[in-house]
Ligand binder design. Sequence first.
Ligand SMILES: Cc1cc2nc3c(=O)[nH]c(=O)nc-3n(C[C@H](O)[C@H](O)[C@H](O)COP(=O)(O)OP(=O)(O)OC[C@H]3O[C@@H](n4cnc5c(N)ncnc54)[C@H](O)[C@@H]3O)c2cc1C
Length: 406
Amino acid sequence: MSKQKKQVLILGGGFGGVKTALDLCDVDTYQVTLLSDSPDFKYYPALYRSATGGSRKSSIIPLADIFEDKPVILMHEQAVKLDRDNQVVITESKQKIPYDILVVALGSITNFFGIEGLQEFSYGIKSIEEAEKLKRHLHQQMLDDKKPDLNYVVIGGGPTGIELVGALPHYMRWIMKHHGLKERKINIELVESSPRLLPRMPRDLSVAVARQLRKQGIKLYLGQTVKAQTANELIINDRPVKSHTVVWTAGMASSPFLKENNFTLERGRVVVDEFLRAKGESAENVYVIGDNAVTEYSGMAQTALHDAAFLAANLRRLADGRVPKVYRPKKPIYVFPAGERWAAVLWGSVRLYGWLGWVLREAADWVGYHDVEPWWKASELFLAESDSEESCPMCGESQSRSQAEV
Ligand SMILES: Cc1cc2nc3c(=O)[nH]c(=O)nc-3n(C[C@H](O)[C@H](O)[C@H](O)COP(=O)(O)OP(=O)(O)OC[C@H]3O[C@@H](n4cnc5c(N)ncnc54)[C@H](O)[C@@H]3O)c2cc1C
């Protein structure tokens, strides 16, 4: 007689959610459902490339492609409410999705810290839509022969701000050259409120990254706080900077779903036990992973993948009647690209800088794609990263770009 399968409901089709679903979907006793508000998996580490002339293919992968031939039910819905008593998640369209085991992997949203004007006037690179909007704007500025921006400001000296600002000088030169424009003198600035870049990294690494950015002509404003933004300028401390191109990369907050559904939170993330179960729950079947969980290295794709692999392995053990293992955090390898073919790497206590760092970053991307796709599709996506089949979003002129051209 066939036993009824347990319903595993995973919220969020990002690094954690997708990996959990992939690792668990072949267990006979589980039926896995993946619910996400986006039809695509977002490969965030490549978004800055999509904003600066790279292809969009490497930044977003349709969930339907990833789960083609996999026994996973995909639902394109936004999770709104958790009804613990009845073990259902209620979506925006009022559907009630039942679960026996719930995995919460809803990731983070942009946080503007209530700074006046930022949400309205700044650009972002948290989604492909934002990245492409920024790209269009950069072209628009260069083609504007009346009053184009002279100042291009990225806010946030963390990994995202550094990789974006490091790619800008090369890309802006490329836009000018391919539109046959005389090279203009523009300022590219990076603003960080801490006294140094990458404040959570060792000091020598921050110094090396800062040196590399300065070498490319980028001006660093450290220990400076953004106070407000208007349609025409940004106020940094009390200094107004005229710019229509401000990119905010400085703030992240956990998904609002967590607070709205009364999870026990610490700094916006859910407190979890040694099995990544949400603490303080009456039921023991609610797990939280990735950016949403308070773990040592939360906030990184590598951690979300590690959490997912750990949780899927434990749920397999439970399905077989075995004892689950205790969670151990895994220290990530930190890689910070900061310009054309240059990256800083921190691997344990080892530091690597320059081209070798860049090679490692490329290798990490291949591994990242391979975490969600078989090796041949991962290779295609990886190769798409260096595709720069770009058509100007303003004049529609199609151009091909190569490093040698600039
Ligand atoms: C620009 C950028 C660059 C980054 N670069 C790196 C890097 O180089 N290396 C690194 O290790 N980390 C990097 N990170 C961090 C990394 O991407 C995150 O730590 C990782 O995505 C967390 O995985 P997750 O599964 O917790 O959440 P996510 O991958 O964000 O997935 C969350 C998913 O949930 C969906 N969702 C959200 N709310 C709802 C809802 N209410 N209902 C249904 N679905 C919902 C979202 O659409 C998304 O698909 C970067 C982040 C950004 C923004």
